[in-house]
Ligand binder design. Structure first.
Ligand code: R5P
Length: 295
């Protein structure tokens, strides 16, 4: 097997992002092969080896991917990897960061405990660090790096232009994490709505004490999944007189049906970072990830 000092490894479902990172870092790329057996098990094969391996995979729809990533890490170690930096632009299970109801597993901790032993470092973008504030609380004994998706999105707007009267709206109390740095980087006013989640697809969003009349609004969030948070925030913004609403999200997990519903509610444009491959991707993350890996 051909051996390199450093190389980037990625899977077919995230090949574009992994190759972009390899290109950005001027490193060789190895496409990890996953063979699915009829019984649902998978066999993972690495095509090349490297002393310093950078393993790339966002973990949306995570369950089978997690075990394939661990198999890839094991194969890389068996073939001479001394360090493995796991680039996981989207970290799963971060929203189950507490036991909400008696008897539930603390998924965030379980995930961290499963992944940590295999990796020397975990590099991600805008993880949902809410009640758990730092990466080391999730991944013990592993160096965790959380990059700002809000700043990456602000860079995009700076390059492409924006209306200076825009109000940046974070759709919930966690907005300080993504919407605040986004707004501050662009010198825009921002506010956070209040959100009460009643179920997976039921949320109530309230915007208080903010003058939206005649102003463009950009709703900025870390994740769009069912889309209900953004949907409700959009309806509220229009009810309060917003001139237009567009949406910028770090991680887009929503489907076509949700996109149609958002357009129907008056969202003119949805853009996202390309950590999770999605039709709304506009903002490349390879430059900031490469910079973090070079540090
Ligand atoms: C919440 O904690 C996050 O910041 C997002 O607002 C939320 O996960 C979005 O979920 P959905 O699109 O299903 O409302």
């Amino acid at each position: 097997m051909e051996h390199f000092e450093k190389a980037v490894f990625g899977f077919a479902d995230c090949e574009k992002g992994a190759r972009a990172l390899a290109k950005e870092m001027a490193l060789p790329f190895g496409l990890v092969d996953v063979h699915s057996f009829p019984d649902g098990e998978s066999r993972v094969t690495v095509p090349i080896s490297a002393t310093g391996a950078i393993l790339y995979r966002p973990l949306h729809q995570p369950n089978s991917k997690i075990f394939e990533v661990i198999q890839a890490a094991s194969a890389l170690r068996d073939n001479g990897a001394k360090t493995i930096n796991f680039v996981c632009p989207y970290l799963p299970y971060m929203r189950q960061d507490k036991v909400f109801h008696a008897g539930e597993a603390l998924s965030q901790k379980v995930f961290g405990d499963v992944i940590s032993p295999w990796m020397d470092a975990i590099i991600t973008v805008e993880p949902h660090l809410h009640r758990t504030r730092t990466m080391d609380k999730v991944f013990s004994n592993t160096n965790g790096v959380a990059l700002s998706g809000g700043l990456a999105m602000a860079d995009y707007y700076r390059k492409h232009g924006f209306d200076k009267s825009t109000l940046v709206l974070g759709p919930d109390e966690e907005a300080w994490h993504t919407a605040k740095p986004f707004a501050e980087a662009l010198g825009l006013e921002w506010t956070a709505a209040l959100k009460d989640r009643k179920g997976d697809r039921t949320v109530v969003v309230t915007i208080e004490n903010t003058d939206l009349k005649g102003r463009p609004v950009i709703i900025v969030d870390d994740v769009i999944s069912s889309g209900m948070t953004v949907f409700e925030a959009t309806k509220n913004a229009y009810d309060l007189g917003a001139k237009s609403v567009e949406v910028a999200a770090v991680h887009a997990l929503f489907n076509d049906h949700t996109h149609e519903a958002l357009k129907h509610a008056g969202v003119s444009w949805v853009i996202s970072c390309d950590g999770v491959p999605h039709f709304s991707n506009k903002i490349p993350l390879a430059p900031i990830i490469a910079k973090a890996l070079k540090r």
